[in-house]
Design a protein around this ligand. Structure first.
Ligand SMILES: Cc1cc2nc3c(=O)[nH]c(=O)nc-3n(C[C@H](O)[C@H](O)[C@H](O)COP(=O)(O)OP(=O)(O)OC[C@H]3O[C@@H](n4cnc5c(N)ncnc54)[C@H](O)[C@@H]3O)c2cc1C
Length: 466
């Protein structure tokens, strides 16, 4: 399916202004730049126009105009994506959801919230906090709920509270022909028909635009206990987590930092842990539970040769320590002044994690790259921030080779080319390698929900000629 824009320029802008409102449409070149790319280094061009709707009806009206003109539509949440999913091309229209920022309902007894897609995770958590609830799924960086659903994001708390996909109950979305659908329900579970909620989650704007999301909320735990443990090796760190999980030690979060990451955080944040493979662990629960889990973990950790570097129980101290972890990407970038980063992630069955992380470390060294590794090690997911030093022409090629090796090894281990960052523009070949047999079914779904082929084209699915 190809898209051939019939007319772009003033007529398109005028039609968008009439369909939505003039104030919601930006077309001045200086205004377009900030809406044209995410946090990746993938190619982008400023779009033809940006539409900033406030309601589902306005999104639908804008999509219908784009369908009439045959113009590609690129949805945008907060633009924190790492695979170029929100990057625009010159003939596209960006639909920026950031003004759809209303928390519509917090149903405390039913433990869900209904929000417009542009609501940021921090804003949802602020609204839920008064009810003793929170939305723990998703990345450490602040992002929109719609963008998190669209990328099937997850983060440090997936090991205990699930991924964003696990926490989305219901969606409202505008499809590629401008029609509006609602999927799922507010009930905790459903077996009513095809699971279109799960289909739209992770579709990265290629099937429709999510405008409203109902998400599960979780109780804020009474007690947390956190520790930072220095490990004798990466192998020992990954194996300790597998042992803990198998022994039923309920981690609230468990993160692996390799020695390069710790080095980066020491320089960036004054992190005082020794530059060695490190585990950050957290336990949570009712009074007494977190401390009891921590003691059980301590016994296993000591047997594995781990040394406790620090521990915290005060929620503010715990929050500060996790902020250190969430700064891993900027800290990595600060290792090489002026560098840009190719951040990539893969996910494998947990028992395969040690071998995959260790081989990744060897590949980094063999290819002469600087690339800190961190992992949501409790769910088999690890990230490599491959640095591209300024002026090093060959670094991008070596980084691409490293990325290929990571993906090939993850697939050979029964894993996936991305556990949470998504496919976007950067991992299309990897998706084709992972799901060759399912591509025709994926294309059929795309054609059914996006009959004009306008929804975020050239993302996720490979072109037929590829
Ligand atoms: C420092 C840093 C750390 C990160 N850590 C993590 C992490 O731990 N885990 C993780 O999963 N991700 C992580 N990310 C990546 C990013 O935060 C997530 O992918 C996030 O879910 C993107 O949300 P967003 O609102 O920024 O979406 P955007 O970047 O704006 O868009 C992402 C994709 O979703 C589409 N999209 C956005 N909104 C909608 C919508 N309403 N309807 C349909 N499609 C839409 C876009 O077209 C694009 O394809 C990190 C990013 C940074 C910069």
């Amino acid at each position: 399916m190809t898209t051939t824009p019939q007319t772009v320029g003033p007529q398109l802008v005028e039609a968008l202004e009439q369909a939505v409102t003039p104030a919601a449409v930006l077309a001045e070149p200086f205004a377009l730049h900030e809406f044209s790319h995410d946090r990746s280094f993938h190619h982008w061009e400023p779009p033809e126009a940006v539409v900033r709707p406030r309601s589902t009806a306005e999104v639908a009206a804008a999509v219908r105009v784009c369908a009439d003109f045959g113009v590609p539509v690129v949805p945008r949440g907060a633009g924190t994506g790492l695979e170029g999913g929100a990057n625009t091309t010159g003939e596209s229209v960006c639909i920026d959801l950031s003004r759809m920022d209303a928390v519509l309902e917090v149903a405390a007894d039913d433990m869900y919230a209904r929000v417009q897609a542009g609501v940021m995770k921090s804003a949802l958590n602020a609204a839920a906090a008064g009810h003793g609830l929170h939305f723990p799924a998703g990345p450490g960086v602040d992002a929109s709920i719609g963008g998190m659903a669209a990328t099937s994001a997850s983060g440090t708390m997936a090991v205990s509270c699930g991924t964003v996909a696990d926490n989305v109950l219901r969606l409202t979305a505008v499809l590629g022909d401008g029609s509006v659908i609602t999927t799922g329900s507010a009930a905790p579970k459903t077996s009513a028909g095809y699971d279109l909620t799960r289909l739209l989650v992770g579709s990265e704007g290629t099937l429709g635009i999510i405008t409203e999301v109902t998400v599960r909320l979780h109780p804020v735990p009474e007690e947390v206990a956190m520790g930072i443990w220095t490990m004798p090796s990466l192998q020992a760190a990954a194996e300790l987590v597998v042992t803990g999980l198998r022994a039923g030690v309920r981690f609230s979060r468990v993160e692996l930092l390799d020695a390069t990451t710790v080095e980066a955080l020491r320089g960036y944040r004054g992190f005082s842990a020794p530059p060695a493979p490190t585990l950050m662990v957290e336990f949570a629960g009712a009074a007494g539970e977190a401390a009891a889990l921590y003691r059980r973990f301590t016994a296993l950790a000591e047997k594995a040769g781990a040394a406790e570097h620090s521990a915290a129980e005060d929620p503010d101290d715990v929050g500060r320590l996790w902020q250190v972890r969430h700064d891993a990407l900027p800290a990595a970038l600060a290792l090489v002044p002026g560098a840009s980063a190719l951040p990539t992630d893969v996910c494998v069955p947990i028992s395969q994690l040690p071998a995959n992380v260790i081989q990744a470390r060897r590949d980094v060294e063999e290819l002469g790259l600087t690339a800190p590794i961190v992992g949501h090690v409790g769910d088999g997911n690890f990230h490599v921030a491959i640095l591209l030093p300024p002026g090093d022409e060959q670094a991008a090629e070596r980084a691409a080779e490293l990325n290929r090796r990571l993906v090939d090894r993850a697939l050979a281990a029964g894993g996936t080319c991305t556990g949470e960052h998504g496919i976007g523009a950067g991992k299309i070949a990897s998706l084709a390698a992972e799901h060759a047999s399912a591509l025709p079914a994926m294309r059929a779904i795309k054609a059914a929900l996006d009959p004009h082929g306008i929804m975020n084209p050239h993302k996720v699915l490979p072109s037929r000629s590829a």
